[in-house]
Design a protein around this ligand. Structure first.
Ligand code: NCD
Ligand code: ZN
Length: 349
């Protein structure tokens, strides 16, 4: 039976848009589905200052399809050199909405990230004072820790001490993947939230080895076992306002994914809200999708909820096998496969 659902236009609270040709190719996918997105700063030259964020934002605005009202919400890339004055400038800009903590070496373009969080205390203090959220890639880089335990260990050893030193700091644990992370957020203060990706809701670590090695399912944090997938799903559909949508859509050229040392990231922006609709539908929780996708994040960031709408229907479509970008392609999530939900184009406002 055909089914229509209309949502307040959602926002994506964790998105990689890249730059140049890649930016121009992927941006329309997000702009079609979301009113706003928190744009990650991990470019090859990281966005470490408000000035760099201003220029990057202008490049995004220039790449937007005509007439799109999509708003990029910029972030700064935290380093051990980030000063309190830089945080003050970011807040004063009005277009920088958060600061991203990458543990050095944890993921794509994180080499200039943080090795010792205590060296960021001046920046944390300024963020706490200005109410500028800290977005955390919560995976320890300690090579002795099993890769599937790195999120839980990071929360315990590295994020907890920061929360104790800065109890009023607003924090988002990005792309949570484990029972422990869900528990961590539930036990924390109301100003500690979490984003959840569609792929961590749809997949568990079996998808990495399904019939062979699957580089297009490799992302960070790495997929976890099924009990963690279910814990994250339970959080997403629970109605708890501290959990909200963040796709972590992270496009890479195929040659970088299908490689002897393939890089991390899944491209999901081409079907982002449709994939969340699939998850919520399967869980019998479609009535909770709007608050997760359109309200909780805006409320957490202290931004107005959107006024436009988007309508979805349960009519399946087939994802293209690849998306051309320059002289390579991006392999989208579910390439060549079906997605049960689609957007009713004439109902986007
Ligand atoms: C992201 C990327 O490619 O920039 N990759 C990923 O696997 N999620 C970085 C990140 O968010 O970790
Ligand atoms: Zn990311």
């Amino acid at each position: 039976m055909s089914h229509l659902i209309t949502l307040t236009k959602p926002d994506d609270w964790h998105l990689h848009l890249r730059d140049g040709e890649m930016l121009r190719c992927v941006l329309p996918d997000s702009a079609r589905r979301f009113a706003r997105a928190i744009v990650m700063p991990n470019l090859p030259t990281p966005i470490t200052t408000t000035e760099l964020a201003r220029h990057y934002r202008n490049r995004i605005l220039q790449a937007l399809p005509c007439g799109s009202g999509f708003q990029p919400l910029m972030t700064l890339y935290l380093t051990e050199e980030t000063t309190a004055a830089e945080i003050g400038a970011a807040k004063a800009s009005g277009f920088v909405h958060a600061v991203k903590w990458y543990p050095a070496g944890a993921t794509t373009h994180s080499q200039q990230g943080v090795r010792d969080a205590s060296r960021c205390d001046r920046a944390f203090a300024a963020m706490e004072a200005h109410g500028l959220p800290l977005l955390v890639h919560a995976e320890t880089t300690d090579p002795r820790v099993d890769i599937f335990d790195r999120e839980a260990v990071f929360l315990d050893r590295e994020l907890s001490p920061v929360l104790r030193r800065f109890p009023r700091l607003r924090v988002v644990a990005e792309h949570v993947t484990t029972q422990q992370a869900v528990q961590f957020v539930r036990a924390a203060a109301p100003h500690v939230g979490a984003t959840i990706t569609a792929h961590h809701l749809l997949l568990n670590r079996n998808a990495l080895f399904d019939g062979g090695l699957r580089p297009h399912h490799y992302c960070r944090p790495v997929l976890k076992r099924e009990k963690h997938q279910l814990a994250v799903l339970e959080a997403a559909i629970s109605g708890d306002p501290r959990f909200f949508l963040g796709t972590d859509s992270a496009p890479h050229p195929r040659r970088d994914k299908e490689s002897a040392c393939g890089c991390a990231g899944l491209y999901t922006a081409h079907a982002a809200i449709e994939l969340y609709a699939e998850v919520f539908d399967q869980a019998g929780a479609l009535n909770r999708l709007e608050s997760f996708a359109s309200f909780h994040g805006a409320d957490f960031y202290g931004l107005p909820r959107n006024v436009g709408q988007i309508t979805l229907t349960n009519s399946p479509w087939t994802v293209p096998a690849s998306i051309p970008v320059g002289n390579d392609v991006v392999i989208p999530f579910r390439a060549g496969e079906r997605i049960p939900w689609s957007i009713v184009a004439e109902c986007i406002q």
